[in-house]
Design a protein around this ligand. Structure first.
Ligand code: ARG
Length: 398
């Protein structure tokens, strides 16, 4: 049984009650760790609130830069979208947080880590499998999954122990956000036919009306500048969320397959993530050789599945990272995005390493393509089909 536990602390009802519940019921010392991954909300009082809930120590750490560089950046190189649509917002933050849970556990000599996830979601899987991968010796405590308290009972528990929480009896939505986007679940959206109420959107409230252009510069697969202004990845993403989100673009409404076997209706807003993946993929269309581009496309969905399923720290994911990284050597250049009400589209792309050859592509006088070569090429390309057609095809006599 553990003595000292580092809890991933969000400041919400569940993790606040978890601090006291683990102290009382399990007799452990709780260290609360809150990671700033670019979520909204006030993080300044988290430390004090964790202590008020009964934590023996509390820390808030800003990991935005590392999160963008080591988790979002590689996922973008892989154009990672789960089931073709979801850019893995929460799935990317969990392994980043676990890395720091483990480091903090080492610093405090803790023998366990804890999270506030329920038993129905993917996040528990990501927390626990990442922990096992990085620190197989640490115990994992999941109080919320096992305590069997209703939301009402948790609120009563909080007031009994004077734990500061802002929660009300009926919680409408389950929300998780970071700089890569925002996930909104539950409430009316549990009916997949029902339209999400207008009030659920925060990052994609349309305010801009004048169409505008934004130019994104990439260096070997990583966005490095917006409209010519260089910025570290985390700042660039945050700024692009503002710009693209103000056009009301970047929403996703889907039913996805959770790792635990449940189909779940999910809504997301990911303006920067979707815009950057669109731009990055487009730049690859002029900088990747055909076979590399196609094989990469095949591996991208596998990459997204691994990240979604909690296998960020796994040998296959690491090997795929090496492939993705290698594939990005020439993915340098610029993409022009055109923004308008509820729309975002690529309007142009260019690269010093572009494989787009005007001479080969053009139909005008500058044409350099050897037209005569195509005659033999096409004949040989179709030779197998021709042989088949003669003997077995629909027009054959046999
Ligand atoms: N369904 C998404 C995922 O599994 C979002 C999860 C959001 N998490 C939350 N606690 N609300 O990645």
């Amino acid at each position: 049984m553990a003595n000292r536990v580092v809890l991933a602390y969000s400041g919400g009802l569940d993790t606040s009650v978890a601090v006291r519940w683990m102290t009382e019921e399990l007799g452990v010392e709780v260290i609360a760790l809150s990671a700033d991954v670019g979520q909204t909300g006030d993080l300044s009082d988290l430390e004090q609130r964790a202590l008020a809930a009964g934590a023996v120590a509390a820390e808030v750490i800003d990991i935005k830069e590392e999160f963008a560089r080591d988790f979002v950046g590689p996922a973008l190189k892989a154009n990672a979208m789960y089931e073709g649509r979801y850019p893995l917002v929460s799935a990317l933050s969990r392994p980043a947080i676990v890395k720091h849970l483990v480091q903090t556990a080492r610093r405090y000599g803790a023998d366990a880590v804890a999270h506030g996830c329920t038993g129905k979601g993917n996040d528990q899987v990501r927390f626990e499998v990442s922990t096992v991968a990085l620190a197989p010796d640490l115990e994992i405590v999941a109080p919320v999954r096992n305590w069997g308290m209703t939301r009402e009972a948790s609120i009563e528990y909080a007031s009994r122990f004077a734990i500061p929480v802002t929660a009300t009896k009926d919680k409408l939505y389950s929300i998780d956000d970071n700089l890569w986007g925002r996930a909104i679940e539950c409430g009316e959206m549990e009916d997949p036919w029902a339209e999400p109420p207008a009030g659920v959107w925060e990052m994609t409230v349309p305010t801009a009306v004048e169409p505008r252009e934004v130019v994104i510069a990439f260096d070997t697969g990583t966005p490095v500048a917006l409209d010519g202004v260089t910025a570290p990845l985390h700042d660039l993403i945050i700024e692009l969320n503002e710009i693209v989100g103000s056009y009301g673009w970047g929403r996703i409404d889907m039913v996805e397959n959770r790792r635990v076997g449940i189909k779940s209706r999910e809504t997301y807003e990911c303006p920067a993530a979707l815009a950057l993946i669109m731009a990055h993929r487009d730049l690859e269309s002029i900088t990747l050789e055909r076979d590399l581009q196609r094989e990469k496309l095949r591996l991208e969905s596998r990459y997204a599945e691994l990240a979604y399923d909690g296998l960020w720290f796994s040998p296959l994911k690491r090997a795929l990272d090496a492939f993705m990284e290698d594939s990005q050597a020439a993915v340098t250049g610029e993409v022009r995005l055109e923004l308008g009400p509820r729309s975002c589209q690529v309007a142009g792309r260019r690269s010093p390493l572009s494989l787009y050859d005007y001479g080969l592509a053009t139909y005008d006088a500058a044409d350099t393509f050897e037209h005569a070569d195509s005659e033999g090429f096409t004949r040989i390309w179709g030779l197998g089909v021709q042989t088949w057609a003669d003997v077995q095809g629909p027009g054959s006599r046999s």
